[in-house]
Every structure is written in structure tokens, then in C-alpha cells.
Design a protein around this ligand. Structure first.
Ligand SMILES: Nc1ncnc2c1ncn2[C@@H]1O[C@H](COP(=O)(O)OP(=O)(O)O)[C@@H](O)[C@H]1O
Ligand SMILES: [Mg+2]
Length: 269
């Protein structure tokens, strides 16, 4: 098996000591894997991703990054902190959290300049991403004046430009049109082919098959209720329905009303 990037054992977390957000999570992520975390609203997906990005720290249990315990005090070590921030990048669920510069261009360049990444490398990645995500016309605008979809593209760009080994994306295609979704997935798949580890949360079942080789399903109890290949998970209608990932659809044929699970998943041969 390839190198283990993250290893979580019996992880518990609550906000302000009273709002449970993760209740006993075990998870192992190896280098080069594509991991997808799915679950209903409030099942703990964002909390897990924030823990993996070293933004919050567990109440109980252990989180290891490349074999080293990931604790608040680990970030007191400047070398560790810099290495970790270079290796792991998160695209937040809410792009407003990520964008704060006066212009889109400054926002995209802020992170890599801060980390001291080679200027030529920054320029070439900048050009590629701007072209690929079609955001050239947005570069001089204020990030706060953009639509949600435009903001998300800028947020994805500002993380990808840092070229992290591990890419964590919290609902990266939420609010995006189909073509933009396609472009983002293509970018992620290309990064993965280049050896990057991709960890995505979503409740858009359309994208699960492509962006994962292993899926973890979070339940309302804020723990992993099932895991496995995307084929195995997407076939399990009861699991998806019980965890609010597909809804019951009501429609009429002639005069009869039918009620059945509706996944919005097209099957292509
Ligand atoms: N800042 C916060 N303060 C208090 N509770 C929070 C906060 N953020 C999330 N929670 C709670 O933690 C649980 C998990 O939330 P979250 O990780 O955001 O779930 P998801 O990303 O799956 O929607 C939810 O019950 C949510 O209400
Ligand atoms: Mg979330």
C-alpha cells in the first residue's frame, strides 16, 4: 500500500463543547487516493475537512498526518506549519471565507506569494488555471461582487495555484453550472493523475463516481455509517435514502400517483 497521508482513530469533536459534530470517526487516506465524503446537511463533513486541514483540533482520538500527530501545538513549529500549509490545501464550502483581497487577481496570487513559491511557477499555473476556468474577465473585479459560482471558481483557483499534494474540497461544485462542474472535475482528475490526493465532500451524487475510488457515508449521528467503492455505495438505495442523499419523488402517470426514490442519476451505457 502506498504511503499513508492521514490516519484518524476514534475522532470526536464538538463546537463550544456542546454541539457534537463528529462522534467516533476512523479513517485512513493513502497517497494518491480519491476520497469522497457524502452525507446529509449537518452530518459532519465540513468539520472533518477542517480537522484534516489543521484548522480545528479533536477533543478526543488521534489524527496523524504522515505519521505525526496533528495537534494545535504542532503548528507552533514554524517549519512544520509551513510544510503542512504547502502540502495540504482546502477549498472552503463558503467561498466568502476564502476571498478577502480587493481584486480577484490579488486573491489568487496571495497564497503562493505568501508561501514563497517560485514566481515563474506561479505565473505558469496562474495562466493555466485562468484559461481552464475561464475567469480572465473577473481578474480586476472585487471578489465580493461576483456570483456564487464565480466566487467558487476563484476559490478553487486560489487553492490549486499553490499546488498542494493533498487537495481538500468542501462541496466544490455546489451552485455551479454543468460546464463549470465538468471543468473542475477534469482539473481534479488531472491533479490526481499527477499523484495528488483528492478529498472531496459533496451531496451531489452525480460527481461521486468520477471523483472517488473510496466513498465514506456520514450519518445524522455524525459518524461513518458505510464506506466502499462508489459502485457499491451508489447502488445501495436504502443507505442513500436513509441518509437523506436521495429524495422520494412523487409524480403522476395518467391518473395514478407514483412514489419512488429519485436519485437524479442518469445511467449511461
Ligand atoms: N461553528 C459552529 N458552531 C456550532 N455548531 C456547529 C458549527 N459548525 C457546525 N456545527 C454543527 O456541527 C454539526 C456538523 O456540521 P458540519 O460539519 O458543518 O456538517 P456538514 O458539512 O455535513 O453539513 C452540525 O450539527 C452543525 O450544526
Ligand atoms: Mg458542510
Amino acid at each position: 500500500m502506498s504511503e499513508i497521508i492521514f490516519e484518524l482513530k476514534d475522532v470526536w469533536f464538538s463546537y463550544l463543547g456542546k454541539f457534537s459534530a463528529l462522534c467516533g470517526v476512523d479513517l485512513t487516506i493513502a497517497k494518491g487516493q480519491k476520497i469522497c465524503v457524502i452525507g446529509a446537511n449537518g452530518s459532519g463533513k465540513s468539520t472533518l475537512l477542517h480537522i484534516l486541514d489543521g484548522l480545528i483540533f479533536v477533543d478526543y482520538g488521534s489524527v496523524k498526518f504522515l505519521g505525526k500527530e496533528l495537534k494545535e501545538k504542532s503548528f507552533g513549529d514554524e517549519n512544520f506549519s509551513k510544510d503542512f500549509r504547502r502540502s495540504v490545501g482546502l477549498v472552503f464550502q463558503n467561498p466568502d471565507v476564502q476571498l478577502f483581497c480587493p481584486t480577484v487577481k490579488e486573491d489568487i496570487l496571495f497564497g503562493p506569494l505568501q508561501l514563497g513559491i517560485d514566481k515563474l511557477e506561479i505565473e505558469s499555473r496562474f495562466e493555466k488555471l485562468v484559461r481552464f476556468l475561464d475567469i480572465r474577465h473577473l481578474l480586476d473585479r472585487s471578489p465580493h461582487q461576483l456570483s456564487v459560482g464565480e466566487k467558487r471558481k476563484v476559490a478553487v483557483t486560489s487553492t490549486l495555484i499553490m499546488n498542494p499534494d493533498v487537495l481538500i474540497l468542501d462541496e466544490p461544485t455546489d451552485g455551479l453550472d454543468p460546464l463549470t462542474t465538468r471543468h473542475i472535475i477534469d482539473l481534479l482528475l488531472e491533479e490526481n493523475e499527477n499523484g495528488k490526493t483528492i478529498i472531496t465532500s459533496t451531496h451531489d451524487l452525480h460527481i461521486v463516481q468520477e471523483i472517488s475510488d473510496c466513498v465514506y457515508v456520514f450519518s445524522q449521528e455524525k459518524k461513518i455509517i458505510s464506506s466502499g467503492s462508489p459502485d457499491k455505495i451508489l447502488e445501495d438505495t436504502k443507505l442513500l435514502q436513509d441518509n437523506n442523499l436521495i429524495h422520494i419523488h412523487r409524480h403522476k402517470h395518467d391518473q395514478t400517483t407514483h412514489i419512488h426514490p429519485h436519485q437524479h442519476l442518469e445511467h449511461h451505457s
